[in-house]
Write a protein that binds this ligand. Structure first.
Ligand SMILES: [Ca+2]
Length: 253
């Protein structure tokens, strides 16, 4: 935007220099006023000062230069005010855009959950308000969890005997024939011996571990902190989380 006053024909540096020059020249300026070209555009103001009878004095010169700086300052403040307003508007629009992106993200996650639930329940096995879906791809525990999450679900988290029985029956039919280990969403990574689901809640199941005089589970200590099912009998084994094996997702129904 342009400036209104003639004072703004000068830059700040020029005006400050002008004030210095004015003071320096004050003793040399004749009583007749500034010479032609000196303070261009402000001769009329100078002439107004002449009427006060102070022309040619140091005070008049200083007042004129100071007034020019004040005019300039006023215009700078006006410009700053306009830009502040623009920034305020931009900030409001940015907040609006961020809100829209957040809504889209929420909607996308909701859609993913919906699609995952439909797919999981169409191809997998429903029990209570969830559906289990086995995946025949070899992944680490964390990668399996991530892939289940991409579909809006999580690694299978059987809560209670009914869900555990349904999961065992489903995995036997889905992964069979044969016996495979498959990740479910239970670990004791944070606290050895304390088995929790991915949301941090404790597993209340207690009679699901594989029992054997030599190979009784869990037996891996701090080397094995993730739980896999054996797909022929649904028994739990603690395994090294970095091993790659089949995994089972669950989706909300
Ligand atoms: Ca462990």
């Amino acid at each position: 935007m342009g400036f209104i006053h003639g004072a703004c024909d000068y830059t700040d540096a020029q005006l400050i220099g002008l004030l210095g020059n004015t003071l320096a020249m004050a003793s040399q300026v004749p009583l007749g006023g500034p010479t032609a070209g000196y303070l261009p555009g402000h001769v009329s103001r100078w002439q107004g000062l002449r009427g006060s009878g102070r022309e040619g004095t140091q005070v008049a010169q200083q007042e004129l230069a100071i007034q020019l700086l004040r005019d300039r300052q006023h215009n700078i403040e006006a410009v700053v005010s306009v830009y502040s307003s623009h920034f305020s508007n931009l900030n409001a629009k940015l907040t609006h855009v961020q809100s829209a992106i957040s809504n889209i993200s929420d909607t996308t996650f909701t859609n993913r959950k919906g699609i995952g639930g439909l797919r999981g329940c169409a191809k997998g096995r429903r029990v209570n308000a969830k559906c289990f879906l086995g995946v025949k791809a070899f992944e680490t525990f964390d990668e399996g969890a991530r892939l289940c999450g991409e579909g809006g679900g999580r690694l299978a988290s059987p809560r209670g005997a009914l869900e555990m029985e349904a999961l065992a029956a489903y995995t036997k039919s889905f992964f069979g024939p044969g016996n495979w280990p498959a990740w479910i969403g239970v670990t004791d990574r944070l606290n050895e011996g304390a088995y929790v689901y991915q949301d941090g809640t404790r597993s209340a199941l207690s009679d699901h571990w594989f029992r054997d005089p030599q190979l009784g589970q869990p037996n891996g200590g701090r080397q094995e902190n993730c739980v896999a099912l054996s797909t022929d009998d649904g028994k739990w084994w603690d395994k090294d989380c970095m091993r790659r094996m089949y995994y089972i997702c669950e989706y909300d129904y």
